[in-house]
Design a protein around this ligand. Structure first.
Ligand SMILES: O=P(O)(O)OC[C@H]1O[C@](O)(CO)[C@@H](O)[C@@H]1O
Length: 624
C-alpha cells in the first residue's frame, strides 16, 4: 500500500499484541481492553492546500421556522391537483431508471423559496468538499468518498493513483480467488468456498446490505458475517462453517484497526482455526488503514492479503472502497456496475437546481417533514425482500452522521433524524397500524422496485394478477391510506435491483445526508458521541479486573473469605460503583467464573461472593 501515514510509533507497536493472536495462551485477550481513539488530526497533512470550509454553510446557522410555514398550508387532497403536483415535482433519471416522487410531502412554494439560500451554501460546501477541502474540521480530514467512483476527481494525482491501484488490486485478488488461482492452502485441489467477514458498523453494514441485495442465489463464495462481540453469535457463525472452515477466506475489516468488537471476533476466529490445526494467516485478509494495529498484525503474521482503507473515507461511506467492493466481488457481484451507478448518481446530485437534484429533493423533504430538527422519524419501507437491510444501512448513514449535539458554531442543537423500517408488505402486518392511526411522529420513504422477477418467469396466480401485483397493490394502498390520514411520504422508484441501481441508491443517500447536514449546519463526518460509550465500556472492564483481583485475594485466605458487594466496593476503592459491581458479579456468576454463596435469589444486598480459586501470582495486583 502506498503510504499516507507515518510509520507506527513505538506505542502503537507495543499494543500490537492486543490485536494479534499469535500468542499461544488460551486467553489472548487478557491484556488491557484496547480503547481506540480516532486520531484528532489526519495522520498526514493533506497533499494540497485544503482550507477548512465548514464555515461555508454560514447562513444556515438559524433554522427556518417550518412550523409557522406549515400552518399556512394543508396537504393537497384534490386528486387532479395531486396529479399535477406529482408531475411538477417528479424527478426522473432515465439512464438509471430511477425516480423520486416528493408529491406526498406537503412543502409549500414559500418554503422552497426560503430554502434556496441554504441550498446555495450547501452546494458550495459540497463543491469544496469534492475539491479536497477539510470537510471534517473536528478530525482535520478530507472527505473523499465521491472520488472512489471517479478517481479523476481526486484533488491530486497521488490520491487518484491510490484509488485506482486499490481498485485494480481488489478486482485482481477477487478474480483470482473466484477462479481458483488463489487456493485455500489446506486443500490445494479446491477453491475457497466461503467468506467470513469480521467487522462492525460501517465496516459491516454496507457489505451486509449489498450481499442481501445482490448476491446470486448460489454464489461461488457464500458470505457470513461476524459483526458483534456476542460469543454465542460468533460460535454460531463459526459452527456454520463446519468442514468448510479450511476453505474459508476470513476478511477482517476495520478502518481504525482497533475496534474491540472486531478485534474480539478476529481472536475468536483465530482460536477456532488453531483448534482445527489451520494456519489462519494463509486464509486471512485485512482491510484497514495503513499502519493500524490490524494492518501491523496482518503484515507481521504474513496474512494472505491486505487492502487499504483511506483516511479520507469514513466508515459509513466506505461501501465503494475495498470495504464493500472486495466482499461484493468475491460473491460474484459486478462491482464496476456498482461504481458506475454511484458515479452517475454523483453527477446527477451535483446539479445546483433543487428540483433537478434527487438528493437535494430528499434533503428538502427531510427538512420540511421534521422541521429541520428531527421532530419526525423517517420510516424506510422497501417493498422488496432483497432490500431488507437498506433501512439498517441507512440507519447508520443518517443517524451517525446527523445525530449531533453541537452545530458547526458550537451551539447546542441536539440534531438528528431517526431511521427505522424493514420491508413491505411484511411490515403492514406488524406496525403499520400505528403509522396509519397512531402517534404521528414520522414520515415514510417507500422504495418501489418495478421489476417483480426476471422477465419470462412470471405467472398469474389468479386471472390478470400476479404475486408481484399484490406487492405493488400493497405499496400503493399503504401510500394512499397513510396520505389520507395526513401522513406524508416520499417514494423512490427503481426499475430493478441491480449492482447499478444499488450503487446509485447508496450515492443518492450519501449526498442527501451531506446536503442536509449543511442545511442544519452540522458536521456529518465525525461521531464524537460513540466514543463516550466505548470509554465507559473500557472502565467497566477495568473495574471487573479489580473485582477479580479482590476476590482472588479473599479466596487465598484460609478459610476462604466470601465478600459482600459493599466489601468488594470498598476493597476496589469504588464505593460509588456498587451497582456496577453487582452487575459484574451477576454476569460472571452466570458464566461460572465466580461463585455466589449466599443470597443467590435474594436481594443483591445479601449476596456473598468468592472466586473459587486462588491464583497466587495475581495476589499482589495494586488496587489503589
Ligand atoms: O471500521 P472501524 O474503525 O472498526 O469502526 C467501525 C465503526 O465504529 C464507529 O467508529 C463507531 O464506533 C463507526 O463510525 C464505524 O463505522
Amino acid at each position: 500500500m502506498a503510504s499516507l501515514v507515518p510509520p507506527p510509533s513505538s506505542s502503537s507497536t507495543s499494543s500490537l499484541s492486543r490485536f494479534s493472536s499469535s500468542s499461544s495462551r488460551s486467553h489472548p485477550s487478557s491484556t488491557s481492553f484496547p480503547v481506540y481513539r480516532k486520531p484528532v488530526t489526519s495522520s498526514a497533512p493533506p497533499l494540497i492546500a485544503s482550507p477548512t470550509f465548514a464555515i461555508a454553510a454560514r447562513t444556515s446557522e438559524t433554522l427556518l421556522d417550518v412550523a409557522s410555514l406549515k400552518e399556512k398550508v394543508s396537504l393537497e387532497t384534490d386528486p387532479l391537483q395531486l396529479w399535477k403536483r406529482y408531475l411538477d415535482w417528479l424527478y426522473q433519471h432515465k439512464d438509471l431508471g430511477l425516480s423520486v416522487d416528493v408529491s406526498r410531502i406537503g412543502f409549500s412554494e414559500e418554503f422552497v423559496e426560503e430554502m434556496e439560500v441554504k441550498f446555495k451554501y450547501a452546494f458550495a460546501a459540497m463543491e469544496k468538499l469534492e475539491g479536497g477541502a477539510i470537510a471534517n474540521p473536528d478530525e482535520s480530514r478530507m472527505v473523499g468518498h465521491y472520488w472512489l467512483r471517479k478517481p479523476e476527481l481526486a484533488p491530486n494525482v497521488f490520491l487518484r493513483k491510490q484509488i485506482e491501484e486499490a481498485l485494480a488490486r481488489v478486482s485482481r485478488f477477487a478474480d483470482d480467488v473466484v477462479s481458483g488461482k488463489i487456493k485455500p492452502p489446506p486443500c490445494p485441489a479446491e477453491r475457497f468456498t466461503q467468506v467470513l467477514s469480521v467487522g462492525i458498523g460501517g465496516s459491516a453494514l454496507g457489505p451486509q446490505f449489498v450481499a442481501e441485495a445482490l448476491a446470486p442465489d448460489n454464489p461461488l463464495l457464500k458470505i457470513r458475517f461476524i459483526d458483534n462481540t456476542d460469543p454465542a453469535g460468533i460460535d454460531h457463525q463459526i459452527a456454520q462453517l463446519g468442514p468448510e472452515m479450511s476453505s474459508t477466506l476470513v476478511v477482517v475489516i476495520s478502518k481504525s484497526g482497533g475496534t474491540p468488537e472486531t478485534r474480539n471476533g478476529l481472536l475468536e476466529v483465530q482460536r477456532a482455526f488453531r483448534e482445527k490445526g489451520l494456519d489462519f494467516a494463509k486464509q486471512g485478509v485485512a482491510i484497514t488503514q495503513e499502519n493500524s494495529l490490524l494492518d501491523n498484525t496482518a503484515r507481521i503474521e504474513g496474512w494472505l492479503a491486505r487492502f487499504p482503507m483511506f483516511d479520507w473515507v469514513g466508515g459509513r461511506t466506505s461501501e465503494m472502497s475495498a470495504v464493500g467492493l472486495l466482499p461484493a466481488a468475491l460473491q460474484g457481484i459486478n462491482i464496476k456496475e456498482m461504481l458506475a451507478g454511484a458515479a452517475i448518481m454523483d453527477e446527477a446530485t451535483r446539479n445546483p437546481s433543487v428540483r433537478q437534484n434527487p438528493a437535494a429533493l430528499l434533503a428538502l423533504c427531510w427538512y420540511w417533514a421534521s422541521d429541520g430538527r428531527g421532530s419526525k422519524d423517517m420510516v424506510v419501507l422497501p417493498y422488496k425482500d432483497s432490500l431488507l437491510l437498506f433501512s439498517r444501512y441507512l440507519q447508520q448513514l443518517v443517524m451517525e452522521s446527523l445525530g449531533k449535539e453541537y452545530d458547526l458554531d458550537g451551539n447546542l442543537v441536539n440534531q438528528g433524524l431517526a431511521v427505522y423500517g424493514n420491508k413491505g408488505s411484511t411490515d403492514q402486518h406488524a406496525y403499520i397500524q400505528q403509522l396509519r392511526e397512531g402517534v404521528h411522529n414520522f414520515f415514510t420513504t417507500f422504495i418501489e422496485v418495478l421489476r417483480d422477477r426476471p422477465l419470462g418467469h412470471d405467472w398469474e396466480l389468479e386471472p390478470g394478477v400476479t404475486c408481484g401485483d399484490y406487492l405493488f397493490g400493497m405499496l400503493q394502498g399503504t401510500r394512499s391510506a397513510l396520505y389520507a390520514n395526513k401522513r406524508e411520504s416520499i417514494t423512490v422508484t427503481i426499475e430493478e435491483v441491480t449492482p447499478r441501481s444499488v450503487g446509485a441508491m447508496i450515492a443518492l443517500y450519501e449526498r442527501a445526508v451531506g446536503l442536509y447536514a449543511s442545511l442544519i449546519n452540522i458536521n456529518p463526518y465525525h461521531q464524537p458521541g460513540v466514543e463516550a460509550g466505548k470509554k465507559a465500556a473500557a472502565e467497566v472492564l477495568a473495574l471487573q479486573k479489580r473485582v477479580l483481583a479482590v476476590l482472588n485475594k479473599a479466596s487465598c485466605q484460609d478459610p476462604v473469605e466470601a465478600l459482600t458487594l459493599d466489601e468488594m466496593a470498598e476493597r476496589c476503592h469504588a464505593t460509588n460503583q456498587v451497582e456496577m459491581i453487582y452487575k459484574i458479579v451477576a454476569h460472571m456468576a452466570s458464566n461460572d467464573r465466580i461463585i455466589i454463596t449466599e443470597g443467590l435469589c435474594g436481594s443483591p444486598k445479601s449476596i456473598k461472593v468468592y472466586s473459587g480459586e486462588c491464583n497466587v501470582e495475581n495476589l499482589y495486583i495494586n488496587l489503589s
